[in-house]
Write a protein that binds this ligand. Structure first.
Ligand code: AMP
Ligand code: GLY
Length: 431
């Protein structure tokens, strides 16, 4: 089967790496792709994921049998709806725009959870017309205050604020357009105190699902989880506190009600459901839904999936996962993100990357890299540049492997966190 994967980040580098290993994958196209995906498939740099008409023409021309949508924008923008209206029955991994609203609208996601009894923080939503009630609601909550822009805001739409006065001012700013149309509606919710993890579910829209390996990502730029938020500085799988007891609560209280709730609401959800969870005293609650895989979590989830990914994706997209296994590799996997100096604020691009990019015992996934036109040299092209993944008997062993590999990779200003997974190791010692 020919497969088209949309996207160009570390997540797509890992998805492409995994799919390319399948005997069922004939030709793998990645649009636009990056130099990492070019090592395992054929990039289509001129094909833009948001240009649905061109994606459809490409799929027809190249006899694509499976479309895998890596990032949320085309899903929230309605790529699946577009194909269906155009009469295409191409199997697609990713929900239609109704399903994608789980990520595209936090207000919708909160209402969905309330209706289906899925544990999440207490909340209310406000618009400019109800701003006064919003300020009042804030005074009923205990600090810190959590304010979320309803729509997509490139990961920047969540504010956590200690003082009531500042939270009220932030509410006014958001409603006045701080995040454009995304914050025309603002969700205010209770702060949950706990430790987070990411659970990924592959759903076939008919009640069938597979739970993939659980991961934890590290969002802050600085060691000890300090400094500004980033797209993710590293990830670990498995997660020590997400043990069998916790995961069975997740399945019973969150995964099943989500999958069944989608069916009850008439949403034919075929694709990944990303549950951003928080464990509050051992009880899982949903912080957010995303409608795609996580980045950098995918860079540890894919290496821990022992089964062939392609039959899983094809079956989910076809609506029947019943007979398709998702076996998990018992080894641990970790990934450490090498980022540009200055990230997540301004940073230079176009710096040459040298060293060992195919180290024995590690996998180097590309996130923000490109080829320089004049000499084809590998250069930086984004904040997050490379994700260096390793597997081992335990996370510590895998980590030292990734840190060894990073010793031999260079670009000016390269930075990475040396404490990925350290919080989980401390938990393990307490156990
Ligand atoms: P998001 O941009 O939606 O991924 O949210 C960013 C981060 O804000 C989450 O990963 C959490 O760390 C934090 N967060 C969001 N909602 C809450 C909440 N209700 N309580 C505590 N932390 C939260
Ligand atoms: N690592 C979190 C995300 O992909 O949104």
């Amino acid at each position: 089967m020919n497969i088209l994967l949309l996207g160009s980040g570390g997540r797509e580098s890992a998805l492409a790496w995994k799919m390319a290993q399948s005997p069922f994958c004939e030709k793998l196209y990645i649009a636009p792709g990056n130099p990492g995906t070019a090592e395992v498939g054929e990039n289509v740099p001129e094909l833009k994921p948001m240009d649905f008409a061109s994606v459809l023409v490409f799929c027809r021309d190249k006899s694509v049998g499976l479309l895998v949508v890596g990032n949320e924008d085309p899903l929230v923008g309605g790529i699946v709806d577009y194909f269906r209206v155009a009469g295409s029955e191409l199997p697609i991994v990713g929900p239609d725009s109704k399903g994608a609203a789980l990520e595209g609208s936090k207000d919708f996601a909160k209402r969905f959870m309330a209706e289906h009894g899925i544990p999440t923080a207490r909340y209310r939503s406000f618009t400019a017309a109800t701003a006064a009630e919003g300020r009042e609601f804030l005074s009923e909550l205990k600090p810190p205050f959590v304010l979320k822009a309803d729509g997509l805001a490139a990961g920047k739409g969540v504010l956590i604020i200690d003082s009531l006065e500042e939270a009220r001012a932030a509410l006014d700013e958001m409603l006045a357009g701080k995040f454009g149309a995304s914050s025309a509606t603002v969700v205010i919710e209770e702060f949950l105190d706990g430790i987070e993890c990411s659970v990924f579910v592959l759903s076939d829209g008919h009640g069938g699902y597979r739970i993939l390996p659980v991961a934890k990502d590290y969002k802050r730029i600085g060691e000890g989880d300090t400094g500004l938020n980033t797209g993710g500085m590293g990830a670990v799988s498995p997660v020590v506190f997400a043990d069998d007891v916790f995961m069975s609560k997740v399945e019973e209280r969150i995964v099943r009600p989500t999958v069944e709730g989608l069916i009850a609401d008439g949403i034919d959800y075929r694709g990944f459901i990303f549950l951003g969870l928080i464990s509050v005293g051992g009880e899982p609650m949903v912080i957010e839904y995303n409608v795609r895989m996580g980045d950098p979590e995918t860079e540890v989830v894919m290496p821990r999936l022992a089964s062939d990914l392609v039959p899983l994706l094809a079956a989910a997209a076809a609506g029947d996962l019943a007979d398709i296994p998702a076996e998990i590799d018992q080894r641990a996997a970790v990934t450490v993100m090498a980022v540009s100096g200055g990230y997540p604020e301004s940073y230079p691009k176009g710096l040459e990357i040298t060293g060992e990019l195919h180290p024995a015992g590690s996998i180097v996934f590309h996130a923000g890299t490109s080829r320089r036109a004049v000499d084809n040299a590998l250069v930086t092209s984004g904040g997050r540049v490379l994700a260096v993944t390793s597997r081992g008997a335990n996370p510590a062993e895998a980590l030292s492997q990734s840190y060894n590999a990073l010793e031999n990779i260079h670009f000016d200003g390269m930075y990475f966190r040396r404490d990925i997974g350290a919080d989980l190791r401390r938990l393990e010692i307490k156990d």
